[in-house]
Design a protein around this ligand. Sequence first.
Ligand code: ZN
Ligand code: ZN
Length: 136
Amino acid sequence: MASGSCACRYITYTTSNPPNYLVNCHCTTCRKQAGAPYQSWAVFPSDDIKWTTKPTEWRATETATRSFCPRCGSILTMKLDRDLTSIDVAAGTLDDGKTLIPLPGHHIFLQEKASWYKVPEDGAKRWDEWGDYHKW
Ligand SMILES: [Zn+2]
Ligand SMILES: [Zn+2]
């Protein structure tokens, strides 16, 4: 199983399995929300995640609903309209050491990448846009 929380621990969650895979998204929305060069998402089946308290949802774009902790502002999830069977959980909120978490296998939205950030040669696949996100 995996578990996680926001920074202030007001919101916690558990899952029965580790994430299917991790993706680093370099899109402008992820970058601005994270305040970082990219956001790492851990992708789980939607029905595998149990919340103590539901995070606050908002929509930045026409393609996805995002969520965050209303107390501390931690990014928690993104749900794509085109695939509600999966949920992307901010990988940094996972409690480490409880389950084997896969290394990020994909960099997506590199066409919107921060000019000041150099993507490492880490063996992960690279995509200008979505690639086959949620089909891997
Ligand atoms: Zn919080
Ligand atoms: Zn993104």
